[in-house]
Design a protein around this ligand. Structure first.
Ligand code: ZN
Length: 133
């Protein structure tokens, strides 16, 4: 398995940043025809997801919906004051897998891969690993 790391700069406290092109480049550079591409975010207040990339309002609605599920203020004890960010990141998860078929990411027509920032702005690391032959 070959892992590469990219850096993503986020611009606000909460933001979904599309990283599909970086994932597609890693798959292309790997030469793998059939396999899997794993995307992993080694952070506790950022996650990764795959969702619609046609309408930018979907990303906005996801952040709005998550804010309804996880209020910024609440019965939290974590002294850092960013418990909502930890909860949201855990809900989204820290890894995603994209199948590789015939050398290409087998994403659906409307799907994109997104880094989910919940405690930015920051520089985030994303590990992209390609496995296959
Ligand atoms: Zn914290």
């Amino acid at each position: 398995m070959r892992w590469r790391e990219i850096e993503v700069s986020t611009g606000s406290r909460e933001q979904l940043v599309e990283i599909t092109s970086a994932v597609a480049s890693e798959i292309g550079n790997s030469g793998v025809e059939n396999g899997a591409c794993h995307v992993y975010v080694p952070h506790t207040t950022a996650g990764v997801t795959i969702h619609e990339n046609a309408d930018p309002d979907v990303a906005r609605d996801m952040l709005t919906g998550l804010a309804r599920l996880v209020p910024a203020e609440g019965d939290y004890r974590h002294a850092e004051g960013n418990s909502d960010a930890h909860l949201k990141a855990s809900i989204m998860g820290f890894s995603a897998m994209v199948p590789i078929i015939d050398g290409l990411p087998a994403l659906g027509t409307w799907q994109g891969v997104y880094l989910c920032e919940f405690d930015g702005p920051r520089r985030r690391r994303v590990l992209i690993g390609v496995l296959g032959s």
